[in-house]
Design a binder for this molecule. Structure first.
Ligand SMILES: NC(=O)c1ccc[n+]([C@@H]2O[C@H](COP(=O)([O-])OP(=O)(O)OC[C@H]3O[C@@H](n4cnc5c(N)ncnc54)[C@H](O)[C@@H]3O)[C@@H](O)[C@H]2O)c1
Length: 340
């Protein structure tokens, strides 16, 4: 991949997600060009963005350091794709979630772009190896999956194709940070990426609770909106476990009424058996006794050992993006090294 250069960001598809991306890139002071097969979509996008950005400015919620009019002046429609991508530094594809359509779109781009631009897809679930298969510019391709609505929800999942140049990931990561988003690196392509895998696990258990007649649908929703969701709005599951009472990471109640505590790995095994019906670590034994996991090879603090002193726990803390300083001091490993 050739050296990056300054240039416009091109939004391909001016629907719900394309508009939100356009506002975000403009908030970072970047020039934005909108293209859509339906020219009317560009017209309506420009109009709806103007209204929304003016309202945001009035309410003090506009992102970025520029005023609404300055940001709006950075965004323009472009009726011709070839002209739009000329000199661009980043192309964010936002066409409907249809593999064939996206493959055709990237094949078209492949034939008209140079070696410097990043080709990024907003796909919610299509795998990079399917989207970018056979492209000449595959090293420049990446998935940057936003969460709806991207302007208000900062997470972006970055998913590379196996042949994606690491520089493409780094550039996209830096660009997302520049516009105030929270990029996460998905280290290898995996169905559902990360957000939807976590979401599916929650939905699956919600269905189970309702299906088994244990909790009403309304109360399941309350458990999330007025309980777990509030916690997870500012602290992830790994950090929650890290900060849990000493010596206990997760507790389950058995059918005999006895509470069982277990370490992360054992909790994960139990969860996998519950949800997927199989043990993810093969033949390992998984029962827990008095708070001790018996999976062979499980790297965990010994009984009585403070888990904050244990490298495995610090890894979890560092991966959660916090506790990195402690890890660095104790083990010479920090969150950056662990990919946080
Ligand atoms: N809506 C969400 O909640 C959400 C969240 C995250 C990611 N995404 C992903 O973002 C992408 C876009 O979703 P959306 O909700 O904005 O869809 P949308 O239907 O609102 O917009 C799609 C736009 O693409 C245009 N388009 C169709 N074919 C085109 C082509 N060949 N070239 C250029 N433009 C074309 C359409 O005219 C339309 O304006 C999808 O891949 C979707 O999975 C959506």
């Amino acid at each position: 991949m050739a050296a990056p250069r300054d240039g416009a960001v091109v939004i391909l598809g001016s629907g719900l997600i394309g508009r939100s991306w356009a506002m975000l890139f403009a908030s970072g002071g970047l020039q934005v060009k909108l293209y859509d097969v339906e020219p009317q979509q560009v017209t309506s996008a420009l109009e709806s963005m103007r209204k929304e950005m003016e309202l945001l400015e009035q309410s003090g919620a506009l992102k970025g350091s520029l005023g609404a009019q300055e940001q709006l002046s950075l965004i323009s429609g472009c009726p011709d794709l070839q002209t739009a991508v000329e000199g661009a530094m980043h192309i964010q594809e936002c066409v409907p979630e249809n593999l064939e359509l996206k493959q055709k779109t990237f094949a078209l781009l492949d034939g008209i772009v140079d070696d410097t631009v990043v080709l990024s897809s907003s796909t919610s679930c299509l795998l990079p190896s399917k989207l970018f298969a056979g492209l000449t510019h595959v090293k420049q391709c990446i998935v940057a999956h936003p969460v709806n609505p991207p302007y208000y929800v900062p997470l972006v999942e970055l998913v590379p194709h196996p042949e994606t140049d690491p520089a493409t990931v780094d550039r996209t990561y830096a660009l997302m940070k520049k516009i105030g988003q929270s990029p996460v690196r998905i280290l290898k392509e995996i169905d559902g990426f990360a957000l939807n895998r976590l979401q599916y696990a929650v939905i699956s258990e919600a269905w189970r609770l309702v299906d088994e007649g244990a909790v009403s649908p309304g109360d399941v929703d309350l458990v999330m909106s007025d309980g777990l969701g509030m916690r997870y709005a500012f602290m992830g599951p790994l950090e929650t476990m890290h900060l849990n009472a000493d010596g206990k990471v997760s507790s389950l109640w058995g059918s005999d009424g006895a509470q069982r505590s277990m370490d992360v790995k054992t909790a994960w095994v139990h969860f996998s058996i519950l949800v997927h019906g199989k043990n993810p670590i093969g033949n390992s034994r998984t029962q827990t006794q008095a708070g001790r996991a018996t999976s062979p090879g499980a790297e965990r603090p010994g009984v009585g050992q403070n888990r904050a002193d244990h490298p495995a726990w610090c890894g979890a803390a560092a991966l959660s993006g916090r506790g990195g300083q402690h890890c660095l001091e104790r083990h010479g490993r920090g969150s950056a090294e662990l990919g946080a």
